[in-house]
Design a protein around this ligand. Sequence first.
Ligand code: 6PG
Length: 235
Amino acid sequence: MMAPRTEIFADPQDTALAAADWIAGLIAAHEGTFRIALSGGSTPRLLFGELSLRRIDWSKVVFYWIDERFVPHDHPDSNYRMAQETLLSHISVKPEQIRPMPVGGHADDAAALYEAELKDDYGAETLDPARPLFDLVLIGLGSDGHICSLFPNNPVLDEKTKWVAAVPTGRPEVRLTLTYPCVESSRITAFLVTGSDKAEAVRRVRAGDHDLPGGRLKPVGDVVWLLDQKAASLL
Ligand code: 6PG
């Protein structure tokens, strides 16, 4: 794995603009299906809006999520809804290109269902580091150093067999999350982080601090950090 590439921009808008151009270039240069796994939260909103304005051959792209709040897809807190509102409803994609995490029934069953879907798309039951599941994973970082719904001191951090897990504790609502082995299985892993409240977490995660969930991530592919000056202020 190459050393992480780090790009620092003036503010969240410039970071989103540059990230959108970079992702558009990755998709254009890619032969075949481009599997992208999206983060939720608020940071990606600007990026998704910029991506919706780019001339991209979206027919190559399959959209996945790295985590989800276990709420209906039309709920204000849904990561799927946020992506739908800011990107997916503005571009030409077929429903079969969009793989939302299921949010009905019991969370454990929904996690197992998503895992089966990922394995079906991947074509194998075990992940081969030489053949990553995703082409690009977009990761946001919490100020507590969490990524996905891999929260500090949470039992889900030790899940190394499942690809998808329910996370019943750590937040008011139940979450679904990709586990470390699954989210690490990407050709490119891009951290998209802005804001001064993330600066300490950025510093510690990049230093490999295992007290922070982000510091334990070992992506199989290349790592890129897309930061604004505030998030990079302690580097
Ligand atoms: C979620 C995200 C989560 C997010 C971080 C950063 O469902 O909330 O997947 O991991 O990326 O909490 O959130 P912000 O972008 O809102 O700061």
